[in-house]
Ligand binder design. Structure first.
Ligand code: SF4
Length: 348
């Protein structure tokens, strides 16, 4: 490569890094147990663009939550071991940070929302006290000022300020999740990780909470990694989507690219098994089989035992992520074979 081209490539890489709040490269996370090694994350590459929401999709056991915990450097160790890779958040490698730097990052720069609001809230403190406590942990405010901030936060998530004096059990499930969102946003983080934030809520409340999160993210210029098993949620909220299978990304792109030009058989399977994205009268087709045992991953493409398009070649080597177009990448040996066309795309 000539010096000029090298300069251009380096400049493009720097530009791309600036555009991303999160860059995960070649991440490998294993859990070393007495029964053997659980290969949870197996060479994960993932980026989140600034001020955008990326949906991380996959079935239970794909490694989504381990990815989230890795970003906060909270993988329980032992038995968890981060074997390799880098996680660069806002220009700093999380895996190289001191405990003090990590503490500052968690809460000030990154916040996480979990699936079940009840486990995230303390039943013997008022919600106002809990939001104020979170503010005081990270900002130098008096108790009185922190409580005032708590009231503001409640108002922001659509709860009357007067309810700051109530306890979690006095709120409905949807309201409790709003309180959890208020706690997460109280310290104005740049980056939010939401792990199945609406799964425990009923469907109408789910839509309200998702709309609220989207609005808060947009208004506060934040970026979000939204972990979900539901492509319907992705369609509603996300700019980009990454599909995860057995600890790796198998397809990634903008939501538009992945939804309208699906290239991976696993992504196709997720669409086919989703009732609310199917046309009326179309048959639902569940993906056959189960996610492979992470202690005994199959050779080659880990999706091969469940893939209706698998050939001999698929079991010989692991497919790497290959560029389709735009920001769309797919890890499937057959994706550029002219005779290979997914049912989803063949049906138009
Ligand atoms: Fe299916 Fe082969 Fe593609 Fe894997 S590489 S998804 S087995 S067609």
């Amino acid at each position: 490569m000539s010096e000029k081209n090298l300069e251009k490539t380096t400049a493009a890489a720097v530009e791309q890094e600036r555009d991303h709040i999160l860059d995960i490269k070649d991440l490998v996370v294993h859990f070393e147990t007495d029964d053997g090694c659980v290969c949870a994350i197996n060479g994960l590459n993932l980026s989140v663009r600034r001020e955008k929401t990326l949906g991380l999709v996959g079935e239970t056991g794909a490694g989504k939550t381990t990815t989230a915990l890795s970003i906060l450097n909270l993988v329980p160790s032992p038995p968890g071991v981060i074997k390799g890779g880098s996680i660069v958040l806002d220009g700093k490698d999380v895996l190289q940070m001191s405990e003090k730097e990590l503490e500052h990052m968690r809460g000030n720069e990154v916040a996480m929302i979990f699936q079940d609001p009840m486990t995230a809230l303390n039943p013997v403190m008022t919600v106002g006290e809990q939001i104020a406590e979170s503010v005081m942990l990270h900002e130098n405010l008096s108790q009185k000022d922190a409580f005032e901030r708590a009231k503001e936060m409640l108002k922001m998530v659509g709860i009357a300020e007067s309810r700051a004096y109530d306890y979690p059990h006095q709120f409905s499930g949807g309201m409790r999740q709003r309180v959890v969102i208020a706690i997460a946003l109280a310290c104005r983080p740049h980056f939010l990780i939401a792990d199945e934030p609406t799964t425990a809520l009923d469907v109408t409340i789910q839509a309200q909470v998702l709309d609220l999160m989207k609005e808060l993210i947009d208004n506060n210029h934040m970026s979000m990694l939204l972990i979900t098993h539901d492509l319907g949620v992705v369609a509603e909220v996300c700019d980009d989507v990454a599909v995860m299978y057995a600890g790796r990304i198998v397809e990634v792109g903008t939501t538009d690219e992945v939804f309208n030009d699906t290239r991976h058989p696993y992504t196709e399977g997720l669409f086919d098994s989703l009732p609310n994205l199917k046309e009326q009268g179309e048959e639902l087709v569940p993906i056959k089989g189960m996610m492979p045992d992470p202690m005994h991953l199959p050779e080659g493409c880990t999706f091969a035992p469940r893939c209706p398009y698998a050939t001999e070649a698929c079991t010989q080597s692991v497919p790497e992520l290959r560029h389709v177009n735009g920001s769309h990448y797919v890890a499937c040996h057959a994706y550029d074979d002219p005779s290979f066309r997914l049912r989803r795309n063949a049906n138009g």
